[in-house]
Design a protein. Structure first.
Lengths: 442, 249
């Protein structure tokens, strides 16, 4: 006799937004609607993960499951002059601006796109480049069986699509600005982004997620990246959502031989954030570097999860995450490195270091190595520590006030990873953000 | 300038200073000599305000103010400087950034305008030139990868920039060969001034050949057991500390 199970929360969630799904379905191509429906069914079966799921042990989704959000909610009016304060000015001539997950062409500009580069919204691409979208969609590693990839598919309406022809080089960085702006009811949006780079193409993408409101919203993003042979993508993300926001971001990157994926993530916003990156190093000598800096305080949960699949010989991965946690914040770092049996001469290095500024702050580090080849170099490490008393006293004994001394030491701790960011303007932005964070309340 | 009266201090519940009294006037250089464990470093940390050093009795007046009530950064800004026996390495903070923050914090406290980057670098270069120091030390992180001599020179540089009224030099000779000792001592001597007092803490008489004190005190078991002029240091060199340890008992 089967015992009636508690209905998974996924079904209830889908029912709540049935109208939105019907609106999406209207006018969609059958293949697209089929894809969305498959996503919905997968989410109905899986539901929201709970802390009983190994991958979500440290990241409870309280407040998200029962949250009453609004799909396609009109944005609350916000002061557009504030956009200037959160963009990178001169460094980005090409910028797409999304508000609550929808492209705002009036705020976007595409001035300096080099030949062979297309940058458009997901909605536009569905109309003008349906084959490109159809071929790329759902092919990235890490998406299969992932509840939030499924949820995203069920509601995916917009996002950005970046296509680089073989050999194309984007001289100016491409900037994507995501603005969360809650109205009467907190909005939810499910952006689906695609980056397809042909052999030898080069691009830099800067993403900035920012809340221009005080209230809650839920951003459930999926980014699929496919890099051809020798292609290089620098991907820099600043996550500064509102303190009430839920930010779940899943990135899957597939790399052909000699390709290079260089990711940097700064996470400081959101009541709950998870930045999850899956990289499949499929071709020989493909390499990735995943770096991150995170800051948490109050009751924030800041999760970074990475999964690297060394599927070919001579592939390499380097990861360095450094975080500063204050108040009762919890940091989570989960890093899995898998080396397939034939992937000899691979090099995988992973490190997570956390600085705890209060007794109540905590860090959960979960490294996992699954090595099936014998000629490999793999290492992982995790540290958690407090500010060094002796250093603090030394600075104070030279007249530097305690708060300033603490800030200097926190910045010094993060410098190692901030310095890995190639764009000078980006480093300045990050340094300013960190200084502002340090000046804020615990 | 500095008046220490019947100072008692404990570390981890253990009494290290047991009734130390000392009076230092502007322009004077005093030396405190003593064997290991006599309380030399405890005295310097108590004066600088390090956590974990509890004063249980007595007082310290600095220019008539209660020094012990001040936070470490306030003591520094008011003109008290401790040259560390073991200068601290701080990875990730460049020496220049550190020096600039320190100087501007102190200037701000004194009601002087903060220096901008240009003004600061100019002052820094001039000061280093006077002290015969290489600018290469500025690019590195604070004391990271510095030799023993470079670390001590960096302390002297900080002192030269912050212009304290009262400086404590804690075992400045430790870890230095004779050449480095001479360079560091020259730096210290160049900072001797009628309105500045110094307290040189050392185990060995050797340092006092280079930084010649006006007064010498012998510290044993947490109190001063003998005071004299510089000849006392030479006497100590001959007789050793054993005789004084008995006096303290």
């Amino acid at each position: 006799m089967a015992v009636a199970a508690t209905p998974p929360a996924g079904g209830a969630y889908l029912e709540r937004y049935a109208d939105a799904r019907r609106r999406l379905a209207a006018g969609s191509a059958p293949w697209l609607e089929g894809w969305r429906r498959a996503g919905a069914e997968a989410f109905r079966g899986a539901g929201f993960p709970t802390i009983k799921h190994e991958d979500w042990r440290f990241t409870p989704l309280y407040g998200l499951v029962e949250g009453d959000f609004s799909v396609d909610a009109p944005a609350a009016p916000f002061d557009q002059s504030r956009i200037k304060g959160v963009t990178f000015g001169r460094e980005a001539g090409n910028r797409l601006v999304f508000v609550n997950g929808r492209l705002r062409s009036d705020l976007s500009s595409l001035k300096q796109l080099s030949p062979g580069i297309e940058l458009l919204s997901f909605a536009e691409a569905l109309a003008s480049r349906p084959r490109l979208v159809e071929a790329a969609l759902g092919t990235a590693p890490g998406l299969a069986g992932h509840p939030f990839a499924a949820l995203n598919a069920a509601f995916a309406a917009d996002g950005y699509v970046l296509h680089l022809a073989p050999g194309a080089r984007s001289e100016a960085p491409i900037e994507i600005l995501w603005i969360g702006s809650g109205a009467d009811k907190p909005p939810v949006y499910h952006p689906r982004n695609l980056v397809v780079a042909g052999n030898g193409a080069h691009a830099t993408v800067i993403e900035h997620h920012v809340g221009l409101c005080i209230g809650a919203y839920f951003s459930d993003t999926v980014t699929e990246i496919a890099l051809g042979e020798g292609a290089v993508l620098r991907h820099c993300k600043v996550q500064d959502e509102s303190r009430e926001a839920f930010h779940l971001a899943l990135t899957g990157a597939r790399l052909a031989a000699g390709a290079h994926y260089d990711s940097f993530v700064y996470s400081a916003g959101g009541r709950l954030s998870r930045n999850e990156i899956h990289v499949a190093l499929e071709g020989r000598r493909a390499q990735c570097r995943l770096n991150g800096a995170y800051l948490g305080r109050g009751e924030q949960i800041v999760d970074h999860t990475t999964v690297i699949d060394h599927a070919s010989p001579e592939t390499s991965s380097k990861e360095l995450y450094k975080g500063v946690l204050d108040g009762r914040a919890r940091g989570v770092f989960q890093g899995r490195i898998a080396v397939r049996p034939h992937a000899q001469k691979t090099d995988g290095q992973q490190m997570n270091r956390a600085l705890l500024l209060s007794d109540k702050a905590e860090i959960a580090s979960k490294p996992e190595l699954e090595i099936s080849a014998d000629d490999v170099k793999c290492s992982h490490g995790a540290t958690a520590g407090e500010l060094d008393d002796v250093s603090l006293f030394y600075l104070r004994s030279r007249g530097i006030p305690e708060a300033e001394a603490r800030r200097l030491l926190v910045e010094a701790f993060l410098n190692e990873v901030i310095d890995s960011v190639a764009l000078a303007g980006m480093r300045l932005t990050l340094e300013r953000n960190i200084a502002r964070w340090m000046a804020g309340p615990a | 300038m500095l008046e220490i009266k019947d100072l008692h201090a404990t570390v981890d519940g253990k009494e290290i200073l047991r009734g130390l009294s000392l009076s230092i006037k502007a322009g004077e250089v005093h030396a405190i000599m003593g064997p290991n464990g006599s309380g030399k470093s405890t005295l310097s940390y108590v004066l600088a305000g390090r956590d974990g050093y509890a004063v249980t009795k007595g007082e310290v007046l600095y220019r008539g103010k209660n020094l012990l009530a001040m936070e470490p950064e306030v003591r520094a800004a008011e003109g008290v400087f401790l040259a560390f026996q073991y200068p601290v390495e701080i990875p990730g903070v460049s020496n220049t950034t550190f020096l600039k923050h320190a100087l501007n914090a102190v200037r701000k406290h004194r009601g002087e305008s903060e220096l901008d980057a240009m003004q600061f670098v100019k002052l820094l270069r001039e000061t280093m030139k006077k002290l015969g120091m290489s600018e290469e030390m500025l690019k590195r992180a604070v004391n990271v990868g510095f030799s023993g001599g470079e670390k001590k020179r960096n302390e002297v540089l900080q002192m030269a920039l912050l212009k304290p009224a009262f400086a404590v030099l804690d075992e400045t000779d430790s870890g230095l060969d004779i050449d480095a000792l001479k360079v560091v001592s020259d730096g210290v001597n160049s900072l001797r001034a009628p309105d500045r007092a110094m307290l040189v803490i050392t185990h060995y008489q050797r340092l006092l050949d280079y930084i010649v004190p006006d007064h010498v005190h012998v510290l044993a078991k947490g109190r001063i057991v003998r005071s004299g002029d510089k000849s006392l240091a030479l006497e100590l060199e001959k007789s050793g500390y054993a005789a004084f340890a008995k006096e303290a008992a």
